[in-house]
Design a binder for this molecule. Structure first.
Ligand SMILES: [Zn+2]
Length: 181
């Protein structure tokens, strides 16, 4: 998954309220920095001159906007000419979750994670060779995603259990609650 979700999926209502409370030049500098941070997934290097070029504001206006945005906590200066926009980080983190990735890209490809064999044996060691759903001891067994992988469930032992093949196949992409009801 190399392609990043588009930046404009961040909360548009919150964004428009935030922008409407700013002066036009603050809003312009804020928007440029926010988009750059989104693009880079982290802090960006910009100077007053580069922001002047990007926004069309005078260097004096850019300097004033940076001071005002800094005092409001919208923009954080990390040393000289390096800026971060903390408000973008919640969105960046959200975009990395399986649920958000699925929202953008459709059904996830079921790629087994690195170390899957080790994860699998951890689960078997923890649960024993017994189906978590019906108590079957004969097998064959599979590793079931309690919250289905296709629905954002993680490849983490906390979301995995041992299940017999018939239970696992019958459960499919349902949660245990949906399957048992
Ligand atoms: Zn079973």
């Amino acid at each position: 998954m190399s392609e990043k979700p588009p930046w404009f999926r961040c909360n548009p209502l919150k964004l428009s309220v935030t922008l409407s409370l700013m002066s036009p030049s603050d809003a312009l500098v804020y928007t440029v920095l926010m988009l750059r941070v989104m693009e880079k997934s982290g802090p960006v290097t910009e100077t007053v001159r580069s922001l002047h070029r990007r926004t069309g504001l005078s260097t004096k206006q850019v300097t004033a906007a940076l001071i005002s945005l800094g005092s409001e906590g919208h923009v954080v200066a990390l040393g000289a000419d390096r800026f971060d926009v903390p408000e973008t980080h919640a969105e960046l983190a959200r975009q990395q979750t399986p649920a958000a990735q699925r929202e953008y890209f459709g059904k996830l490809q079921r790629d087994l994670p690195a170390g899957w064999a080790a994860i699998k044996s951890m689960v078997v060691e923890r649960d024993g060779l017994v189906c978590a759903y019906c108590g079957d001891l004969a097998g064959p067994f599979e590793i079931d995603h309690v919250v289905p992988y296709s629905r954002g469930g993680e490849n983490d032992p906390s979301n995995l259990c041992v299940a017999c093949k018939p239970c696992n196949r019958s459960k499919g992409a349902k949660t245990p609650e949906e399957w048992l009801s």
